[in-house]
Design a binder for this molecule. Structure first.
Ligand code: ATP
Ligand code: MG
Length: 647
């Protein structure tokens, strides 16, 4: 039987990018889509010319589904492309502005960043790191994290960055999985004014990873820590006496650049393997066209380097374009809730890229906070990580972008390496809530179980039907899981993204939610996203997560977890019926929540996404499983109790 997902959300208003933005945009040719489609390999080959190669490729694409080799035979180095080639042109241009938690800051020019990278790369070699050795980076948002990534790339050692806020166990698991013998960490760092004992956490994890030979420790917080003899060495000792002439290793296009573990929203994290040539081509062009990077832009991507967004759009994409990037260590509410806008004002940030969870939080904190700051430097805004609800989109557009900045809502995944669906800000008509169109050269579609395209407007599985340069090559150490997860539903040439989506008559893609979270009510299959957006569109609701509870009669009934706006006070609980009716009014009676559970927090991953499998377990009273990557494990008990109370 063919099952699709029903889509109920009503259409939204449209926004055009400002005229002068269009005129000056890096990409403003509306025919670029057809041009790319007419000759996809030629399209990517042309873009590969924007990267510096030590040796040109022999073939653009060798596609033996599901295995792709891009630019095979070509030789290049990612660190050379991000650093050296810009030093030749403008070594004194600022590459990196780092803003510390304590409002301290540092800047690096391209030349300084190149030299620091080469010096550390030379030090890594001296320690015995060889081409092909996986180096685990367990660092917070400090310049050394970027330097370490680029230094690994320089000598051909794949890096595996583990989010600094992850637990000892999460670190150990990833170190083991990657067979990594080298770890880079720091003594400590500050988070909201508190000292985090990072080295202690690393040591605890590494007790369970005996294969680790060397641990390099950055002195970041000046806290005194024990150093394990033979194993531990200080970063400063590693670079001491090293000169800055470590030549970039010529890497094969298909050599591994890094392993990155997925966020773990749906299950055990997957070690996604990315290679060099295709990844650089994909992140370079998407940075250039989607973020419209210009010479004088100040680009701030708020993502942590522990996520793919931090890899592709804090490091490799923008630096390969020679841009100036901002990197921030710390939280959006420390020392106060105006921190992000303070940074935008301080550095004149022009392009700002963040996640819906942050935008909804700012919205909850109130307009008066951003309104205190001069945000006039901003010219383009971006969103990634989850569907952005239309209400949050509009707030972002009006309050942060002052109705003059296009918003790029970018859909992509750790596995895709680069943005796959997004407006091109010099071309696309925007509609709040949709990531709009696939990037030129990307063939996305909405399919049913048999692999047929669903009728226009219906929901189904989001699938990618063409290979693309920065695509996942395998899951580290688990080729079978790679094939089973992404390439088995319809055959090995079609990629199953794992998200439900629908297409509207203008060709825009609307993400409906995770496929695993489709709620089945009385024979209807509903995505979580539209119901959540309907709830959030109520003036008193800041955030919402919906889930299905197994029900004998209806199959499932809808449970909605709701965070109210701070302004709504004590009358909140009276809102239950009103919110149910609001959903009915917005999208129809079938989506009426059975229960509304008011809460202060939702179970979220460290990257701020609702952790669906945990929510599912809470709703249905089943085994919760591993919550070590949850932001705040305490919310689980609280929600379990609330669900229990309502029976
Ligand atoms: P795991 O794969 O371990 O469950 P994850 O899918 O959350 O974790 P990521 O690769 O970081 O890990 O996230 C990709 C997912 O994030 C997408 O599949 C999609 O569900 C969601 N996503 C990202 N950007 C958008 C967007 N602009 N609109 C809607 N959803 C998005
Ligand atoms: Mg995923």
């Amino acid at each position: 039987m063919t099952e699709t997902i029903e889509s109920l959300l009503k259409e939204q208003q449209e926004f055009q990018p400002p005229e002068d933005f269009v005129k000056n945009a890096n990409m403003n040719d509306p025919h670029i889509y057809e041009k790319a489609e007419a000759d996809i390999e030629g399209f990517w080959e042309g873009l590969a010319e924007n990267i510096d190669w030590f040796k040109k490729w022999d073939t653009v694409l060798d596609w033996q589904p599901p295995h792709a080799k891009w630019f095979n035979g070509g030789k290049l180095n990612a660190s050379y492309n991000c650093l050296d080639r810009h030093v030749l042109k403008h070594g004194d241009k600022t590459a990196l502005i780092w803003e510390g938690e304590m409002e301290n800051s540092e800047t690096y020019t391209y030349k300084e960043l190149r030299d620091a990278t080469a010096r550390f790369a030379a030090g890594l070699k001296e320690l015995g790191v060889k081409k092909g050795d996986v180096v685990t980076i367990y660092l917070p948002m400090i310049p050394e994290a970027v330097i370490a990534m680029l230094a690994c790339a320089r000598i051909g050692a794949p890096h595996s960055v583990v989010f600094a806020g992850f637990s000892s166990e999460a670190l150990a698991q990833r170190v083991e999985d990657a067979h990594s013998r080298f770890v880079i960490t720091c003594n400590g760092y500050f988070h909201k004014g508190n000292l985090i004992q990072q080295k202690e956490r690393a040591d605890k994890g590494l007790e369970n990873a005996p294969a680790v030979e060397k641990v390099i420790v950055v002195d970041h917080a000046a806290n005194v820590i024990p150093m394990k003899k033979e194993r531990d060495v200080w970063w400063n000792d590693v670079i001491h006496n090293m000169d800055s002439e470590c030549e970039p290793e010529p890497m094969d296009s298909e050599d591994i650049l890094f392993i990155m573990y997925t966020s773990g929203t749906t299950g055990r994290p997957k070690g996604v393997v990315h290679t060099t040539g295709g990844y650089m081509v994909g992140t370079h062009v998407t940075s250039n066209w989607i973020f419209d990077l210009k010479d004088d832009d100040i680009f701030w991507c708020t993502a942590d380097i522990g996520w793919i967004t931090g890899h592709s759009y804090l490091v490799y994409g923008p630096l390969s374009n020679g841009a100036t990037i901002v990197m921030h260590e710390g939280a959006p509410d420390y020392p106060d809730k105006g921190r992000f806008w303070d940074i935008v004002e301080k550095y004149g940030v022009t392009i700002f890229y963040t996640a819906p969870t942050a935008i909804r939080t700012f919205m909850k904190w109130g307009d008066e906070i951003p309104e205190k700051y001069d945000l006039s430097s901003l010219r383009l805004l971006g969103s990634v990580g989850e569907p952005i609800n239309p209400k949050a989109w509009l707030w972002y557009y009006e309050i942060i972008g002052k109705s003059k900045c296009p918003i790029v809502d970018t859909w992509w995944q750790t596995e895709t390496g680069m943005i796959m669906i997004s407006p091109l800000p010099g071309i696309t008509t925007m509609k709040p809530g949709t990531a709009t169109r696939p990037f030129p050269g990307i063939k996305a579609n909405i399919l049913d179980d048999e692999g047929n395209e669903v009728p226009m407007g219906s929901g189904g599985y989001l699938a990618l039907q063409n290979p693309w340069p920065s695509m996942i090559r395998t899951i580290n150490g688990d080729e079978q899981r790679f094939i089973d997860t992404y390439w088995s539903k319809w055959g090995t040439d079609t990629y199953l993204a794992g998200d439900g989506a629908r297409k509207d008559e203008d060709g825009n893609f609307w993400i409906l939610g995770r496929l695993d979270d489709v709620i089945k009510v009385s024979g209807h299959r509903l995505g979580t996203m539209e119901i959540e957006s309907a709830l959030v569109s109520h003036p008193s609701v800041a955030e919402a997560a919906v889930d299905g509870k197994v029900d004998e009669i209806k199959g499932e009934v809808i449970y909605a977890y709701v965070i109210l706006d701070s302004s709504c006070g004590d009358s909140c609980s009276l809102l239950e019926d009103e919110l149910k009716q609001h959903v009915v009014d917005e999208i129809g009676p079938i989506a009426r929540p059975k229960k509304i559970i008011f809460t202060e927090e939702l179970p979220k991953t460290r990257s701020g996404k609702i952790m669906r499998r945990v929510l599912k377990a809470i709703t249905n009273g089943t085994e919760i499983g591993d919550i070590s990557t949850l932001q705040d494990p305490a919310v689980v008990e609280d929600l379990k109790r609330k669900v229990n109370e309502i029976g």
